[in-house]
Design a protein around this ligand. Structure first.
Ligand code: S3P
Length: 216
């Protein structure tokens, strides 16, 4: 009798394939993915690392300096010279708020972003903050003539950048969740960041942010 009942049991419907979450869409499933903000001095490679990282992770890239220029219509140098550094900082703060609101964005910031604690608060509350640490010598070599960077005008670039790093080092350290030596090859920095991103976001959201196979 029991055997009869077992036999008459309807065949099980085949299991549907498990849903695959695409990590290429930051808004997938309505999840607000954390942002990843790069801070550090001019010449640390924030823009270039940000560009490569965003590409590797399939995330939007927002460069706050570029956003200021786009919104204002003038270059950073022109904003400094025609208005003031204070005016630039106010525009930068607006750009930070705008960037922090984009889920999953990779945000390349300007070197002075940590001067305003509200910027730090906005970046920390929307995601992870990474300090790209560079020595003055490497930063100076990357900056070349320093063109387009008003704070480097007038004084020997190496001295000025060394002073800025010294003045801001503590601010960078306090603002950041992670600190990375960015003196070497930028691709190595990007590799390290992909690992950080996966460690932070993979477990939280249950899937890998690099490949497209959900983590078990
Ligand atoms: C600044 C850094 C610049 C730019 C502006 C001021 C700074 O950005 O925001 O010239 O105060 O260190 P980068 O760090 O991208 O050069």
């Amino acid at each position: 009798m029991g055997a009869d009942r077992r036999r008459s049991k309807p065949a099980r419907a085949p299991k549907p394939n498990p849903p695959r979450i695409s990590n290429r869409n930051p808004d997938a499933e309505g999840i607000n993915l954390p942002t990843i903000a790069l801070i550090g001095p001019m010449g640390a490679g924030k823009t270039e690392v940000g560009r490569r990282l965003a590409e590797r992770l399939g995330r939007p890239l927002i460069d706050t300096d570029a956003l200021v220029v786009e919104r204002d219509g003038r270059s950073v140098s022109d904003i400094f010279s025609e208005e003031s550094e204070t005016a630039f900082r106010a525009k930068e703060a607006e750009a930070v708020v705008e960037a922090a609101a984009v889920p999953g964005a990779v945000i390349a910031t300007g070197g002075g972003v940590v001067l305003d604690p509200r910027n730090v608060e906005a970046l920390r509350s929307s995601g992870q903050v990474i300090y790209l640490r560079a020595s003055a010598a490497v930063a100076a070599a990357r900056l070349g003539s320093g063109e387009g960077r008003p704070l480097l005008e007038g004084t020997p670039l190496g001295n000025r950048i060394a002073q800025l790093i010294e003045d801001r080092q503590d601010l960078y350290r306090r603002a950041a969740h992670y600190e990375l030596n960015a003196d070497g090859k930028l691709e190595d920095v990007v590799d390290a960041l992909v690992e950080v991103w996966e460690a932070v976001c993979g477990p939280r959201f249950g899937f890998s942010l690099r490949g497209d196979a959900p983590r078990q």
